[in-house]
Design a protein around this ligand. Structure first.
Ligand SMILES: [Zn+2]
Length: 510
């Protein structure tokens, strides 16, 4: 008896079982897969199986051979039906004879799981309404609205996706894999961040991925967007990324939109997704997605990269949780966000943050602990220092005010100090630290001597500060300096404070 074979005829399981009889064996385990009358909400009338027989038989035999060695069983075989099957027929049969029951059960389970994953067999379902569809292949074959060029028809040379290496994790398992398959994620931006994000989410088997990107690939993108090729330059990234996702994992449904997200289409685009990932490189998109999150309650996971550092922040969209504008009210050009085209970047930097973003997204979908909705992760890839900051729900946040959400009081009163003037603060023994960027300092100079340490340099240059000194951090509104003071305190600068209301607050007092 062949270890793995196909049959055009109904299976005679009694005969198959007899062929595996062995006097050395005390146990026999069998599995039968039957044709059932429904699948994914459709009433099924009959099935057709097709296989690329030569390749499938080789792969099937390898699996059965591996099972006999791995579990030390005496004899094992698997037979799969091809052709047309009626409801109730046996579609696949696995039998294992072993000295004891335990290895027989385990080898049997191993064989059917591996056959499901690895053997190229296609199933066509015929439905009550007269329709029919290729299962496992149909998902990938259905072209999206805007992407027709990679119409995939299920080439039998291509093996099926195999998630066994992540299913093996206790935190994932078969149930977690099903959750990922049922999940949908919209990825805004298919560039430096979006490439690793899409690669890992597609690889993990997230059921549906949306891609929004209005740009075309340029040669200068490739040092960080290494999924693409020089020959692809000039083509729309949305279409390129969709093709790459399909090649990586045909089970993933892709909806690619070659357009720029804007106020007119944002709410429509995020509709129907469980989670949105901001992989854009510009402020307008980030703040737009932030405001959509607050309006719709749709969670958005932001990643931003500036030269050698970047940050992650999850905006839950819930009224009491902080948002991007709570932390970065001025939509500054400085801070930890910037544009790769202007500031320059080493390719792996967005690669690291895109990977982290993908990881956080998977953890979010799997319900694992991760980045909370009230914190930011800041990672400096020069010094390799990471910080988790508390993000504060700012009482005067314009985005929150627009939603009419109730204000939740920000805690930690002693982190901020109020003064009538900068001179007063200096007289009280504070050394002033200006965390604004150079442009802001030129436009509005400080009236009193100060150290200049812009937000973007804070992590790298904090070592130049003295933990014993009383620092008062100053910015335009007190928001950035508040986050900076929080950060410095976590690094041991216990006497460091932020000027409440910033320079703007001083003016309103004067
Ligand atoms: Zn806010």
């Amino acid at each position: 008896m062949k270890m793995f074979s196909f049959s055009n005829e109904p299976l005679d399981t009694a005969t198959l079982q007899r062929e595996l009889r062995d006097d050395r064996c005390g146990g026999f385990a069998a599995f039968e897969g039957w044709v059932r009358n429904h699948n994914e909400g459709h009433a099924v009338t009959r099935l057709e199986y097709e296989a690329f027989a030569e390749l499938a038989e080789k792969e099937g035999a390898r699996i059965v051979q591996a099972a006999t060695e791995k579990f030390g069983v005496q004899r094992a075989a698997c037979v799969h039906r091809i052709g047309s099957l009626a409801i109730g027929e046996v579609a696949v049969w696995v039998g294992v004879s072993a000295a004891h029951r335990d290895e027989a059960f385990r080898a049997c389970r191993f064989i059917i799981d591996e056959v499901k994953h690895r053997v190229p067999i296609w199933k066509k379902e015929h439905y009550v309404n007269g329709d029919s569809g290729w299962v496992n292949c149909e998902r990938c074959a259905a072209p999206s609205e805007h992407e027709h060029e990679h119409h995939h028809h299920g080439n039998a040379d291509i093996p099926a996706p195999d998630y066994s290496r992540q299913i093996a994790l206790r935190e994932v398992g078969v149930a977690g894999q099903a959750r990922l398959r049922a999940a949908s994620v919209l990825v805004v931006g298919a560039g430096g961040l979006g490439v690793p994000v899409l690669q890992y989410l597609a690889g993990a088997g997230v059921g549906r991925l949306g891609i929004v990107d209005g740009d075309r690939l340029e040669p200068s993108n490739l040092h960080r967007q290494t999924w693409y090729a020089l020959a692809d330059c000039g083509r729309e990234k949305a279409a390129l990324a969709a093709g790459r996702v399909r090649a990586l994992n045909p089970e993933v449904r892709v909806d690619a939109q070659a357009l720029r997200i804007d106020a007119g289409n944002a709410e429509r685009l995020v509709q129907g997704y469980d989670l949105v990932l901001d992989c854009s490189d510009n402020f307008s998109t980030k703040f737009l997605l932030n405001d959509v999150a607050l309006r719709t309650g749709k969670p958005v996971l932001f990643a931003s990269v500036y030269q050698y550092e970047g940050q992650l922040q999850l905006v839950s969209g819930q009224a009491g949780s902080p948002c991007l504008r709570c932390v970065w009210p001025e939509a500054t050009r400085d801070g930890l966000v910037g544009n790769c085209a202007e500031a320059g970047v080493l390719g792996p930097v967005p690669g690291v943050f895109g990977s982290l973003q993908a990881l956080e997204a998977l953890k979010y979908l799997l319900g694992l602990p991760g980045l909370a909705a009230n914190e930011m992760l800041i990672f400096d890839l020069v010094t390799l220092s990471t910080q988790r900051l508390r993000a504060r729900r700012a009482p005067d946040c314009v985005a929150h005010q627009r939603t009419g959400a109730p204000v939740v009081a920000a805690g930690d009163e002693d982190l901020e100090s109020q003064f009538g003037s900068l001179a007063e603060a200096a007289a009280a023994g504070f050394t002033l630290v200006d965390v604004r960027d150079s442009q802001e300092r030129l436009t509005e100079p400080m009236a009193v001597a100060s150290i200049h340490l812009p937000m973007s340099k804070l992590l790298a240059q904090a070592a130049s500060l003295d933990p014993g000194t009383r620092y008062l951090l100053v910015c335009a509104t007190g928001r950035r300096s508040g986050a900076a003071a929080d950060l410095l305190r976590s690094q041991g600068f216990h006497d460091c404070r932020s000027l409440r209301g910033g320079l703007k607050g001083l003016k309103s007092i004067a």
